[in-house]
Ligand binder design. Sequence first.
Ligand code: C5P
Ligand code: ZN
Length: 563
Amino acid sequence: MTAEGVPHACEPKRAGSFPQEDATIAGNQSCRGDMNHAAIKDILTYSFFSENWGHIRPPRPPKDSCGGLPLDGAMEAVAQEIAERLRPAPFVRIVTHIDTDGITGGAIASEALDRANISHEVAFVKKLDDAVITDLKRQGTPLVWFIDLGAGMLHALHGLDAVITDHHVPTEREVPKALRGDLVRFTESQDRVLMLNPHLEGEGSDVASGAGCAYAVAKAISPENIDLAAIAVVGAVGDVQDQEFRRLSGYNRTILADGIAAGVLEAHIDLRLYGRETRPAYKMLQYATDPWIPRLSGNEEACIAFLLELGIDLKVEDHWRSWSDLDHGEKQRVVSALVSHMLERGCGIKEVERLAGETYTLAREPAGSPTRDAKEFGTLMNACGRYDQPEVGYRVCRGDREESLAQALRLLRGHREYLMDSMETIEEAGITQMEAIQYFHAADRIRDTVVGIAASMVLNREGASKDLPIIAFAQAEDGIKVSARTTRELVARGLDLAAVMQAASMAVGGQGGGHHGAAGATIPPGTEEKFLEVANRVVREQLGRAGSHFTSRDGEARESGRA
Ligand code: C5P
Ligand code: ZN
């Protein structure tokens, strides 16, 4: 399915008046007019409402991974080793990342150590660099527990006693210069660092988050810690690990099974839109971006009318009914109507399918609360991290439903306002189109921690083309932060933004990487132009190889689609 030279063949969309939540890959609007709607609708509605609908039994353990050991067996074996290292430690310093799976991972680790009476402290860092490591070495901590980071700095950890629970790609452990003449000491220093990481088991980053890796260790410390699976699933969902397949996979499914067994989690096939617990149902539709619903997304009145026509009561007394307030029959009517609505407006089956997927509920949290739905809880944690208040999110994970929860909700509201302002900033700055990419420079007007989500939001608005990946620049403490985002459709056609960011940043003396559809980099100030040149060329090559062609080099007249 291609967009064939026009943004998309579905009817024109309106820009959402409200930020989408943390979708790192903008929804694509791939369309398909030649399908038999009745047949597709039957298939989709059947799969939503047949045996799949509703409560899901605990999932089966993950498939065998390399070496014949099941993935969870391999992860849990390393987790046991780490637990044995932690138990006798007189003091443990937890060093964790400020994003959702770092915050939730820190909370899981700290809770597990508390329960085992192991003295510890938690520190949050934006990134693990040489300065942080030097500081840790200087402090002489008996044991450091790195969470959601560490794998990328293995080469710099010699001399530290450390355990790592991380899901990022590990660096090679080089023999440090100082130890090159002394391989005995080097081997000893290797033994002082233990790592649990799905990459070591031949798996990718999405089978477990930083929180999930920390959870494996918590469970090894005591099997009673399986109630912490709920927070681990918040970490996974906050890290959008359920986004690609519309459900969690790999070791995450073991965590989910544990959580269901412990009575702290439920999994359901349901609408995957953000705000199932806390938003009025019509608002949940209005802010839908993955998938984008023609005519409804961004259009409050249309969403209200759509639900009223289906006979859904929007309000009970003073209470706006949320999606979770609707009964099964009402949900069924709405989903069925949404499927028809999207198909009739030319949306492809793949796009329509994205309406539904596995959703995760924290069974012990009150109905309608912002901590009941894993996606909403994860977004709350993201807001805390983005505005440098990871401790607030951490305290919510540790159980504070009073002051810290109120503060986290304030941060989330502030985040939404900030995103709206960011949209204006981008409008003022303007989006410049090149041949194969488009970009904007936010300078110091959008935080480096928010510019990525702002970039994915503008892809859904007027003024940006969906046919080109978007690259955003913002000032950061350590240089210029770059964030790149694109649609699933372009990824399917061969675009790999991680490789683009890597190549372009390397060309200007920076560093970059990430995922195919969402990637980032940090580059020296003043190198943006050169960076764009390289990025433009690499994107052109990637899509060219996959069959797209561009008619012009000046970026004006441009054609895309399969040759
Ligand atoms: O910061 P942003 O949300 O744009 O990052 C998207 C992805 O790019 C993340 O997965 C992150 O790990 C990766 N990234 C990277 N190097 C950077 C910045 C981001 O690999 N300097
Ligand atoms: Zn992570």
